[in-house]
Design a protein. Sequence first.
Length: 81
Amino acid sequence: MRDALASALAVPVGVGLSLVKNGRLREPRDVREAWAEHGENEAYPTLAQVRQVCTRVLPGARVRRHLLWRYSLVWRKGTIQ
């Protein structure tokens, strides 16, 4: 639920940034179609899924959410908790 809320809040920010950066709300149609084709078989894990994998694979790693569907993962060798 937190991921859904964060994503919903990020949408207007992303649209606003696109308008400021590109001078338009949407990319041209051919660009949108290329991105849709490129990503049609991709799956993006939720932040909860990323944390779950990190707990198993990188004990002690810290995962922090950032703006616009981004996150950072920090793991230091020897920090197993």
